[in-house]
Design a protein around this ligand. Structure first.
Ligand SMILES: *Cc1c(COP(=O)(O)O)cnc(C)c1O
Length: 638
């Protein structure tokens, strides 16, 4: 017999689907805390997230905080490279795998540096899509065998920067996204007297599927049609530069949900590759772009927040399709480049937020005693409350819904008073609660009534901004795993949605991972007095970390970088803390001057002191207070 706590731990792991989305990196420990398994081994080192939180608190770093687990990042880089290597070995593929990390997925310097370091033995390189990213790549990556692949629209300056890199002996490949870029590359390399390395992005007919389907197909923004590729090659020929063409690129879009789409794309691009090689070109690299998906909801399906394949399958399928095409026409196996960003970074970071308040739907009740001359709607509602039985709950449910709607109309028309409306509201929620209790004993629950829990759900107000930390949940309904990191040895009983602290009504999350698909509510624990309750948003390392905006001027979060250390009793140490945005920082990015603001407030306070409206001592305190607010963290302090 498992004891109660153990049973709760198992039930909670299942409830929050930990095993499915965590890719082996997260688990619930015997204390009921979520912990990190940097080596994916339950018997290996484990980092208790609550212990990290305690240490963060002891350093006076306020929440919300991003925690980066650098070992996960390193592990993902190794996994990607080793999986491709192994799949190549198994199938007798003769080219090599040489991946690049697309900086745009998470440009944080520490993240990119960690990836480069972990990727060093594999000559893992970088992909950049803009001039700023290219400048970062030029200064970061010292490995001369690694590739730097350049995508995105390019101007002269972009190409000159790339050619500067060529002069430094770096393997920088300019991928032509757009026909006019070919002419520009030829002209500028002649002018700068350096041989460029050129790639061409093919516009495939295959559509990526899922959210980013528009990244390929006829209407895609990027890429060359077959005729453009052939004309581009003629242009290179005219300048004796066909040897510069070294890479064929495609990218069907991020988060490919269905493996068939990828196979189809590799096949189409593989045919283009084969034809080009047969025509005498020596193309060394076949770049499959990004798109390797992350199973955010753990469903292993082709739904938009999931994928129906594993990394092993992804690698094996690319290799098999390409190998078959090459062998058929008897040409060399090209080196395979991939630009997977989401897969590499998603798991390594999470946002830990504290719950600051619960907004209950139902608790604030009003005295509902009968009063003389009250409106008949109030009386009807009261009768429904007393009439409820095991048999008539559906009927009562319909009635009270109608009475509530009618009462709002009546209120708007001035027929019932505010007090009467408050009574009806209070009784409505009371009866909804009673119907819910009745349903617990019912064998069959009608579909409409299955949502009754959602109707009653509270909102847990969490100290973070959706727009800063989970932009995709708002923008494109991306699902992210969200769960408490403590008390996982207790069964949670509060149905809720999550609200953030921005004053935007869109600042909420009401779509959560559930066993079968998704749900509008999440189960969390009731809060305890004097105990902070921490909720984590997971898999935020790809895009979410860096796409945040300045909505409500909250700005960047505090950031804590955690490394695993098996010799330490807690198995970890905090290597670095990066302070999040202060009010003065976010204000100055919007052209305010914090000094002038401080001076203005001081002048106004001084004036009130002169007028005798504020005591001098209090005046000094108020000025200090305003200044400390300017220097302080933008999020709520609790
Ligand atoms: C965004 C992007 C990537 C990264 O895609 P992931 O799905 O995050 O792996 C790779 N290549 C190109 C050209 C991109 O635009």
């Amino acid at each position: 017999m498992l004891d109660k706590r153990k049973r709760a731990i198992n039930a909670n792991s299942e409830l929050y689907n930990v095993e499915r989305w965590s890719n082996g990196y997260f688990a619930v420990n015997e204390k009921g805390h979520l912990c990190v398994l940097p080596e994916k081994r339950p018997d290996g080192p484990t980092i208790d997230i609550m212990e990290v939180i305690e240490e963060i608190k002891s350093q006076d770093i306020p929440f919300p905080t991003v925690i980066r687990f650098h070992d996960i990042l390193r592990s993902q880089v190794r996994l990607l490279n080793l999986t491709f290597r192994q799949a190549m070995e198994e199938s007798g593929y003769k080219g090599r795998f040489i991946g690049v990390y697309p900086i745009k997925v998470n440009q944080t310097r520490e993240v990119v540096e960690e990836i480069i370091e972990a990727g060093e033995p594999f000559d893992y390189g970088l992909e950049a899509g803009s001039k700023s990213e290219l400048m970062a790549a030029l200064t970061l990556n010292e490995n001369r065998n690694a590739l730097t692949v350049l995508n995105g629209f390019k101007d002269e300056e972009y190409i000159r920067l790339a050619l500067l890199g060529r002069k430094l002996d770096r393997k920088i490949i300019i991928v032509v996204e757009n026909f006019s870029e070919i002419e520009m590359i030829i002209r500028l390399s002649l002018e700068m007297n350096v041989m460029p390395l050129i790639g061409m992005r093919a516009k495939l007919s295959v559509q990526g599927g899922g959210r980013w389907a528009g990244s390929s197909g006829d209407r895609a923004k990027f890429g060359l049609t077959c005729s453009e590729i052939l004309n581009g090659i003629s242009l290179l020929k005219r300048h004796n530069m066909t040897d510069c063409l070294t890479l064929l690129h495609f990218h069907v879009g991020s988060q490919i949900p269905d493996i068939r789409v990828l196979k189809d794309a590799v096949n189409e691009a593989g045919r283009i590759f084969a034809d080009l090689v047969l025509s005498g070109l020596n193309i060394e690299y076949f770049d499959v772009g990004g798109g390797l998906g992350v199973d955010y909801d753990g469903s292993r399906s082709s739904s938009q927040s999931s994928r129906n394949y594993s990394l092993e399958e992804y690698a094996a399928d690319i290799i098999a399709v390409l190998q078959q095409i090459c062998d058929q026409v008897n040409i060399h196996h090209p080196n395979i480049v991939s630009e997977s960003g989401r897969y590499v970074t998603a798991h390594h970071s999470c946002v830990i937020t504290n719950v600051v308040k619960i907004i209950h739907q139902t608790t604030n009740s009003f005295n509902t005693d009968k009063s003389a001359g009250e409106h008949i709607l109030v009386g009807n509602m009261r009768e429904s409350v007393s009439d409820l039985t095991m048999e008539n709950y559906q009927e009562i449910y319909n009635d009270v819904q109608q009475i509530k709607l009618d009462s709002i109309q009546a209120f708007k028309l001035g027929v019932i008073s505010m007090e009467e409306r408050a009574k009806i509201e209070t009784m409505f929620w009371k009866i909804i609660g009673q119907i819910r209790d009745v349903l617990k004993r019912a064998d069959f629950v009608p579909k409409e009534l299955q949502q009754i829990d959602e109707l009653r759900a509270s909102q847990y107000l969490c100290n973070f901004s959706v727009f800063q930390s989970a932009a995709d949940t708002w923008a494109i309904s991306q699902l992210l795993p969200i769960m408490p990191v403590i008390r996982l040895d207790e069964i949670p009983g509060e149905r809720c949605s999550i609200a953030d602290i921005t004053c935007d009504s869109d600042g909420k999350i009401d779509k959560f991972i559930a066993k079968n698909g998704y749900a509008q509510t999440l189960l969390l624990h009731a809060l305890k007095k004097d105990e902070d309750y921490y909720v984590g948003l997971f898999l935020t390392g790809a895009y979410q970390d860096v796409m945040g905006d300045m909505h409500n001027l909250f700005g960047r979060l505090n950031e804590v970088h955690v490394y695993c250390d098996d010799d330490d009793p807690s198995d970890f140490y905090i290597e670095e803390v990066i302070k999040g945005a202060s009010a003065q920082h976010v204000l100055s990015t919007m052209q305010y001057s914090p000094e002038i603001m401080a001076r203005t407030i001081k002048r106004k306070i001084d004036r009130q002191v002169h007028r005798g409206k504020i005591q001098p001592r209090e005046g000094v305190r108020l000025i200090d207070f305003f200044e400390s607010c300017l220097e302080g963290y933008t999020y709520l302090k609790f």
